[in-house]
Design a protein around this ligand. Structure first.
Ligand code: ADP
Length: 260
């Protein structure tokens, strides 16, 4: 509670009384705490790759340049860490754009299967490397008014996770069902699953079940936060059902927005 007070004087400037206003600033404080947490998290996430880049570059300059093995190895680390940094900054910019006041989606009539088919080729190599089977069950008539690029982003993030968190020879299914008003898109995998006590947290920025694993697969911890944000901008909802060591299903429910 924040208290603001002001004295009241008589015409002859004598103190007559006072007014006090009590403000409930709980919400404001919560936003403030979240903002501070976020800044601390971002700083930490940026610091990790930068520390590694400067460290390896220094060693390289000091003694590595004359040694071809060290030269190659350290340069590769610097390159990979720089790429991580780029992905992280891109994700942060995406989130910040989505959060800008006045940000508007650009709706157009969008055929879901077409979007899935545009997204899948980017994962072809990864899917082949891990010997994963991907099955798509989407009727080609299913369509909705959506922001095509943003819808693509949802699918990219969910598919990337399904592939990353599924061991070799796993299976991924992309399904959709529709009713009069909504389309439900389900992406399920036979992967490592999510521990039940943290399922409610995985859409939080920077939350990861296993930081090391997420880092190894190039994750930023922002993918699901972006998915949630885009879904909600469309007036939809996203949720997950998961069994540890069995697999996960992410469901995105999107209104068809046929009036848009
Ligand atoms: P990341 O970049 O770490 O993948 P995300 O925001 O996309 O970040 O996901 C947050 C966390 O949720 C991941 O680190 C992982 O622990 C968990 N997760 C997301 N998708 C899956 C999945 N399909 N199977 C198992 N765990 C998942």
């Amino acid at each position: 509670i924040e208290v603001v007070g002001a004295p009241i004087f008589t015409d002859r400037k004598l103190l007559k009384g006072a007014v006090l206003a009590f403000y409930d600033i709980t919400d404001f404080k919560n936003v403030e705490v979240m903002r501070k947490d976020f800044v601390a998290n971002v700083s930490h996430e940026l610091k990790t790759p930068i520390t590694s880049i400067t460290g390896f570059a220094e060693t390289l300059l000091d003694e590595g340049l004359s040694n071809p093995d060290i030269n190659r190895q350290f340069t590769e680390i610097i390159y990979n860490e720089s790429k991580r940094l780029k992905v992280l900054i891109n994700d942060l910019l995406t989130l910040s754009k989505l959060e800008k006041e006045g940000f508007a989606l650009s709706y157009s009539d969008t055929y879901l299967l077409q979007i899935v088919n545009e997204v899948l080729p980017a994962f072809k190599q990864k899917i082949a490397e891990k010997d994963i089977v991907v099955e798509t069950y989407i009727e080609d008539s299913i369509h909705l008014k959506a922001d095509r690029e943003k819808l693509k982003q949802i699918l990219i993030n969910l598919l990337a996770n399904a592939i990353n968190y599924t061991p070799e020879q796993g299976k991924i299914k992309i399904q959709a069902i529709e009713n009069e008003t909504d389309v439900h898109v389900m992406i399920s995998d036979t992967g490592i699953g999510i521990p039940p006590d943290v399922t409610h947290r995985i859409f939080e920025r920077f939350f990861r079940v296993d930081k090391a694993r997420s880092r190894d697969t190039g994750g930023t911890g922002l993918g699901l936060a972006i998915v949630k944000h885009i879904t909600e901008l469309h007036g939809g909802k996203v949720f997950v059902e998961s069994k540890l060591n069995k697999g996960s299903t992410f469901t995105v429910m999107l209104p068809k927005n046929l009036d848009k």
